[in-house]
Ligand binder design. Sequence first.
Ligand code: HEC
Length: 184
Amino acid sequence: MGRKKKDTIEYAEADLFKTLLRLIYAVFVIILLLFGYVALKEDIHEFLDRKVYSEEELIALNKRADARRMAQLEEEKWDKVVDGVHIRTGLHDDKDLQLIIGTCTACHSAKLITQNRATREGWHSMIKWMQETQGLGDLGTNEPIVLDYLAKYYAPKETGRRKSLEIAEIEWYILDLEEESSLQ
Ligand code: HEC
């Protein structure tokens, strides 16, 4: 009887020991998992917090990327010269173009220049007029360069003498007075 009791106690102790081992094992696994979590924390959160775009958002994002690309292309075109014409200003390309842009487009569009034609003297008097009445500053040593440019590309168009009318080629027509008056 006494022996049996001792066996039972030994069994119980062995059981307890096994349970303790399991507990230690479990704690070890938990600690391992914790270390793993700490090590991968950022990646895990990055994944969990990632932005999930809806289809509309993706389309909008694509459009925005396209717009940005177009703007970039425009930017590249900004100072492009095509067929001797500076696209942005419409001015004639030249080695002194940037000087002209800097000197002459601060107050008004370059259209005022491209729409005008004059001799060197004519341009000189326009510049003098702007200096006297519009607050254009002294151009200093740049003045002859500017005048050379203007006189070269914006000289008066070759007009010459007007060709005499060839009478025979004119298509005469009779003014229909009745129709004219009916219009009134
Ligand atoms: C300080 C400002 C200013 C600067 C810089 C300037 N202009 Fe002007 N310019 C004016 C003003 C103001 C007018 C009158 C605009 C208007 O009538 O709408 C004018 C008018 C003109 C006209 C039209 C004249 C006319 O008779 O219709 C021409 C051409 C012109 N500018 C050329 C030039 C050139 C070339 C340069 C560079 C050398 C230049 N401008 C720089 C202020 C300026």
